[in-house]
Design a protein around this ligand. Structure first.
Ligand code: TEU
Length: 564
């Protein structure tokens, strides 16, 4: 039996199945491929595998558009393969988290197919609306409101047959479910129970704060330079979110069965996260905030409008979540995932000189916050952004649509390509780098997305052979979390909050005290002795440059001290 709060000492590893390991040579990763690589996870020491979607899907958004919640897409294998993966995980003491995508289905899901008929009992399972009054269906501006979809264009698609529009906050092939309808909710809960009975240990819930929407679907604010309105003022964190989350928890027995729940919540605030992760409310265990991954955007801009991110801004943001959820609730900790650029390219320095140190230092800093850390596949190797030279190399719907719409609007091509290079989701999706062979040991066939040429030296086999690798550093951090309650439970304090290079953290638990001293810059720095605890006699538990001491730090040098 699991302990109720088992996830407080756990580390989660995210697998993006399409890009992890291909067992059958079709160029796309699959479930047997994952099972064959579980040793990598065991050796890393992670407790949980979060599996991005493997359900039946037309793959408009790489599986986040689901047409059958209770089957596996043939591209990834079969239900039997998934059962085998769950069993193989459990044999190793690894728990398995399914991705739950229930804000929307695929337009090819039978529920939606049925819903296209206005007289069907499923009509109300989605958000169907007539054109804006006084407008003819299909004419410009006839959409029921001004919302933009996340993947470009309006969030409404006209169905010629009925003359009505349906809502899709993501692609037109991802219609939003209407959670106001109790039948929809019961159908989702029944599906979740079916997975729990199959042995899964919890759910990562895709855009779960979007399930409750203001039912009047009001127009959203239009940002300068944008043609359409933002839905997120009206659609995220809707009025019935707490009610739906609590009902889901109760109906599926999420807390009762000690399952892990993490809600992906774009636009969520500390206040909201504190509230929904307050254990006494029995809603969610933790949420994924977007605040720290939205900091490198120009004020008022969208994700493609890239701005510099001063270190104090990043440190203070993470600090505010630490303090905000210190006594109530729980944090998740992440630098990257399948939607975000690679951590080392974005927050570190992926040049040959600094890649290894900066990947290690970023890991130390994140894992020494209080919360549950998430490692995204390849992060533990210090994998970098994709470095694509042409638009033809991109596959991600968000990137491809953004490029097309930006070209349509006459934006500067070079600038758009630069934004994609830095922010495209495909940066995270290039195949996992297992070894230095031509396809990086990922596939015997032609990979669906190009392998990064740097796999010749950044790969798991090379990391295994090197005791100073990024991988070895992650292993040490994960082992420390399991061993020392001060890592998982200790109070958090940030020192030198305004220092623009140093990230200094103190963790305290009873008599135990740890200090992180990290230079988060590609220049050396001298740490101010007067503003730090006395380090004389402190033992170094983990360092980027073992054997060195003193307060003069090399670029990206960091140390974890035991002060007790
Ligand atoms: O992402 C939700 C989300 O809001 C963003 O991360 C989005 O993917 C995009 O990057 C904004 O720029 C979740 C999934 O993680 C993502 O892969 C899906 O595409 C999306 O929901 C729709 O299911």
């Amino acid at each position: 039996m699991r302990a109720p709060d088992w996830w407080k000492t756990a580390v989660v590893y995210q697998v993006y199945p399409r890009s992890f390991a291909d067992s059958d040579g079709d160029g796309v990763g699959d479930i047997p491929g994952i099972t064959s690589r579980l040793d990598h996870l065991s050796r890393l020491g992670v407790d949980v595998l979060w599996l991005s979607p493997v359900y039946t899907s037309p793959m408009d958004d790489n599986g986040y558009d689901i047409s059958d919640y209770q089957d596996v897409d043939p591209l990834f294998g079969s239900l039997a393969d998934l059962d085998a993966l769950i069993a193989a995980c459990h044999d190793r003491g690894i728990r398995l988290l399914m991705d739950l995508v229930v804000n929307h289905t695929s337009d090819e899901h039978p529920w939606f197919v049925e819903s296209r008929d206005p007289s069907s009992p499923k009509r109300d399972w989605y958000w169907w609306r007539p054109p804006r009054p006084g407008h003819e269906a299909g004419s410009p501006g006839a959409e029921p409101n001004n919302w933009a979809a996340a993947f470009s264009g309006p969030a409404w698609q006209l169905d010629e047959k009925s003359g009505e529009y349906y809502l899709h906050l993501f692609s037109a092939k991802q219609p939003d479910l209407n959670w106001e309808n109790p039948e929809v909710r019961q159908a989702v809960y029944a599906m979740m129970r079916w997975w729990v009975d199959r042995g899964v240990d919890g759910f990562r819930m895709d855009v779960i704060n979007f399930i409750s929407k203001d039912p009047t679907l009001p127009d959203g604010p239009v940002l300068p330079g944008q043609a359409l309105g933002s839905p997120f003022a009206g659609s995220a964190n809707g009025p019935r979110l707490d009610e739906f989350l609590a009902e889901m928890n109760r109906e599926v027995g999420l807390t009762d069965r000690h399952l892990l729940t993490v809600g992906e919540m774009p636009g969520s605030t500390i206040e909201l996260a504190r509230h929904v992760t307050d254990a006494s409310r029995r809603e969610l265990d933790m949420v994924f905030t977007f605040e720290h991954v939205d900091l490198d955007v120009k004020p008022g801009g969208v994700k493609w409008d890239i701005a510099d991110l001063p270190l104090p801004v990043l440190k203070r943001n993470l600090q505010s979540w630490q303090l905000g959820l210190a006594d109530v609730g729980w944090n998740s900790l992440y630098w990257n995932n399948h939607d975000q650029p690679r951590a080392v390219s974005r927050f570190g320095d992926d040049s040959p000189e600094h890649r290894v140190s900066s990947a290690k230092t970023l890991a130390t800093v994140l894992h020494l916050h209080r919360g549950t850390p998430y490692v995204y596949q390849g992060e533990e190797l210090g994998m970098t952004n994709a470095d694509f030279g042409s638009i033809e190399q991109y596959r991600d719907i968000e990137s491809v649509n953004y490029y097309a719409s930006a070209m349509g609007l006459g934006l500067d091509r070079e600038a758009v390509m630069r934004s994609l290079l830095i922010k495209s989701r495909d940066n995270a999706r290039t195949p996992m780098q297992w070894d230095d062979s031509p396809n990086a040991g990922f596939s015997a066939g032609e990979p669906w997305l190009p392998v990064n040429p740097n796999h010749t030296f950044i790969n798991a086999a090379a990391a295994e052979a090197d005791p100073q690798s990024v991988l070895a550093h992650y292993r040490a951090l994960i082992a420390l979390r399991h061993k020392l309650p001060v890592v998982s439970e200790g109070d958090f304090a940030l020192l030198l909050p305004d220092h623009d290079q140093l990230w200094v953290i103190v963790r305290t638990h009873g008599d135990d005290r740890l200090l992180v001293l990290a230079n988060c810059a590609s220049q050396p720095v001298s740490a101010p002795a007067a503003e730090l605890p006395d380090l004389a006699g402190a033992r170094v538990l983990l360092a980027t440059h073992p054997g060195r001491d003193g307060l003069d730090l090399l670029p990206w040098e960091s140390r974890l001290y035991n002060l007790a």
